[in-house]
Ligand binder design. Structure first.
Ligand code: SIN
Length: 498
């Protein structure tokens, strides 16, 4: 039986308690808003695990146009240049806003922000907080701010299961909590559910979050789904999800070697600091050829490692590794989804009353590949645009016919094996066709399978190699860059016709 939360009727409902969700709620204040989180705030959000910081052109030698140029180069022809320009222009103010909300950024003794360098950035422009614990520190401050904002009703332990949609318009959210189904009557929903790590065996993300299924079943257009970023340096131990070893460690001079001590990336332009997909593919290839691959931190950062990277040092210690003395075994792992729910410049999706923000959204900022540390920046900047847009929209107070509370099975295990095999760092038409055939019968009832199927179809249709999408059977870039966008229904129709 459905339980209704009547006194919250009509309020915007934000699904997801990471940085994008929290910032959206804060920007909506003092308008009352409801924030739903599967776990206690901060406990299961990718945001909390973020080691890299936020990219913003704050240095004296830097400016938004330079940040824009690096972003567009990483995006390999598929960024929305207008969105990218707006995001990089707004980035410095977003950092100020976080500082105002109490985030303790790393600073010089004189109080200036410390600016770090990451791969494919032409300037030092990454701000961190707490060294490699940036996400944790930002979440600490934002959770405190949200908890002390009376207009925000935080409901923890609630998982959104379906968006109720009538005539392509959101009318509510069906959720599940410990006492059973709950229905929120609302005409405004903001999806801020993070990425698709839960669909892969090797990932640096929490396993539980995949809001793309909600959007797909609601009929929303999804975009750029084939573009999945694999981080080159996840700690190759027994833990799943895999602990991340930040690119900043290579920024401080760590090298990548194999079991013979050979620096096999030396011949690659940029070597260890080449673009992330280049480094990840080189490691993957070396592993596939039977080698073992390690990060060598013994000389650089050397003795300062634990002080500079306390979170990573602790993960290494947990695996019995001392980065000052031992090589760290690494392998690439799924890390970030450039694609997601297609949104316009205000975060609006193709379904009226539905917005998306953060990793679950596809704004066009990242294109075919994301520049390091642009994602938290995007979440903070876009949360303001989403809140401004949602605040000015009708609330939808009419009680709708309540959507079916039938749960679809959401066991991602079969999907994980299929996607990890066919949609990893190197893809080919035969593997993708086999994955599509296997996912199709599961997709009618399983959200992870429906999302996996849409990703596989997008990857199959993209018969070229571009950005993070590498096809062994189409190793070159096509002359014309185009984005793929479709609904679940359109994807299925396309399959039926081929
Ligand atoms: C990292 O620190 O290597 C990850 C940063 C990011 O994903 O942007």
């Amino acid at each position: 039986m459905n339980m209704e939360i009547r006194n919250l009727d009509g309020r915007p409902v934000i699904v997801g308690g990471g940085i994008a969700g929290l910032m959206t709620a804060l920007h909506l204040a003092p308008e009352p808003a409801v924030l739903l989180s599967r776990m206690p705030l901060g406990a299961d959000a990718s945001s909390t695990w973020a080691q890299g910081g936020l990219a913003a052109s704050l240095g004296l030698d830097d400016e938004p146009l330079l940040h824009l140029a690096d972003t567009l180069a990483a995006g390999d022809g598929l960024c929305d240049a207008d969105v990218a320009r707006r995001v990089v222009q707004a980035a410095p103010a977003a950092i100020e806003e976080l500082a105002r909300l109490g985030v303790r950024f790393d600073r010089t003794p004189a109080g200036a922000l410390l600016l770090g360098l990451e791969a494919a950035h032409g300037r030092r422009r990454i701000v961190h907080a707490g060294g490699d614990g940036s996400g944790r520190e930002i979440m600490r401050a934002l959770v405190a701010a949200v908890r002390s904002t009376p207009s925000i009703t935080v409901i923890e332990g609630v998982e959104a299961r379906r968006l109720a949609v009538d005539d392509n318009t959101v009318v509510g959210v069906l959720a599940r909590c410990s006492v059973g189904p709950v229905f929120f009557v609302t005409g405004r929903v903001v999806l801020a559910t993070g990425g698709i790590g839960g669909l892969f065996l090797d990932t640096t993300n929490p396993l539980g979050n995949c809001g793309l299924g909600l959007a797909a079943r609601a009929g929303a257009v999804l975009a750029d789904l084939e573009f999945i970023q694999f981080h080159p340096t996840a700690l190759d131990g027994a833990d799943r999800p895999m602990p991340l070893i930040s690119e900043a460690v290579r920024g401080e001079g760590a090298t990548i070697v194999d079991e013979t001590g050979q620096r096999f990336l030396q011949g690659v332009q940029g070597a260890e600091l080449a673009p992330r997909d280049v480094v990840a593919r080189a490691i993957w290839k070396h592993l596939s050829n039977g080698h073992r691959v390690f990060l060598d931190t013994r000389e650089k950062p050397g003795p300062t490692f634990a002080r500079q990277f306390p979170t990573i040092a602790s993960a290494c210690r947990g695996a019995g590794i001392d980065p000052g003395h031992d090589l760290i075994p690494i392998r690439p792992a799924q890390h970030y989804h450039m694609g997601g729910v297609a949104v316009d410049g205000a975060g609006r999706t193709s379904v009226s009353g539905l917005w998306a923000c953060g990793e679950v959204a596809s704004t066009g900022l990242h294109g075919a590949n994301r520049l390091a540390s642009n994602s938290l920046t995007e979440a903070i900047v876009c949360a303001l645009w989403v809140a401004e847009s949602a605040a000015g929209s009708p609330g939808g107070r009419q009680k709708p016919a309540i959507a079916s509370d039938q749960d679809s099975p959401d066991d991602p295990m079969p999907v994980r094996a299929l996607l990890s095999g066919a949609l990893g760092l190197a893809r080919d038409g035969e593997g993708l066709k086999a994955a599509i055939r296997a996912l199709l019968p599961l997709a009618a009832t399983s959200d992870p399978a429906a999302v996996g199927l849409m990703i596989a179809i997008a990857a199959f249709l993209r018969q070229e190699s571009r950005g993070a999408h590498y096809r062994t059977d189409f190793p070159h870039r096509a002359a014309v860059a185009r984005r793929f966008e479709f609904t679940l229904k359109a994807a299925l129709a396309r399959l039926a016709s081929t």
